[in-house]
Design a protein around this ligand. Structure first.
Ligand SMILES: [Zn+2]
Length: 183
């Protein structure tokens, strides 16, 4: 970065032309917002152009949105484990889910790794990495501590009877309900 150079006769606006962070290179000044924060048009290595706040470009924005979004390998959405993962997100995160009162409604959450992913990895990939593929179609995801969250270390693949033994007042009906909710 050319520290000394400024643009448009302003002493405050640093000329970031050519400045690179990750996949982004600043190509042209895009103006100031109401708070006089500078924006730059940046070229991403993927070919897209994005407008980025100068401060963000210098700190953490390293690619366009499409490039930073973790992607899921084609076809994995049809895996049974994908439905299981979607099911737990649904039970914990959507008040419209029939079983929400037993999950999200009583404070059961999903760990950030399975919600948002990590290090550019899709959250479902993280879930798979932690839980492995379901060993048998009769198994569903079980929380070892029934008051604990959906997170590595508190989850296992278990049969309905194993789950019933493990969960305080969870009835067999609820267990099959949980399996059904995973669709
Ligand atoms: Zn990109």
């Amino acid at each position: 970065m050319r520290k000394a150079r400024t643009i448009e006769g302003s002493k405050r606006i640093l000329d970031l032309t050519g400045f690179r962070n990750g996949k982004l290179v600043a190509v042209s000044f895009a103006g100031l917002d109401r708070r006089r924060a500078a924006y730059w048009i940046c070229q991403c290595d993927c070919g897209r152009q994005v407008k980025v706040l100068a401060a963000e470009l210098r700190r953490r924005t390293r690619s366009c949105l499409a490039c930073s979004k973790p992607s899921l390998k084609h076809g994995k959405r049809s895996w049974p484990e994908y439905s299981v993962w979607r099911g737990l997100l649904f039970r914990c995160g959507n008040p419209r889910a029939g079983s929400y009162p037993n999950y999200g409604g009583r404070g059961i959450t999903v760990c950030n790794r399975w919600l948002f992913g990590e290090n550019g990895k899709h959250p479902f990939e993280c879930f798979l990495e932690d839980m492995g593929r379901r060993p048998d179609p009769s198994l569903s995801i079980d929380r070892i501590n029934n008051d604990g969250n959906y997170e590595p270390g508190n989850c296992r693949w278990a049969t309905c009877s194993e789950q019933a033994r493990n969960q305080r007042r969870q009835s067999k009906r609820e267990c099959s309900n949980e399996t059904a909710a995973q669709v």
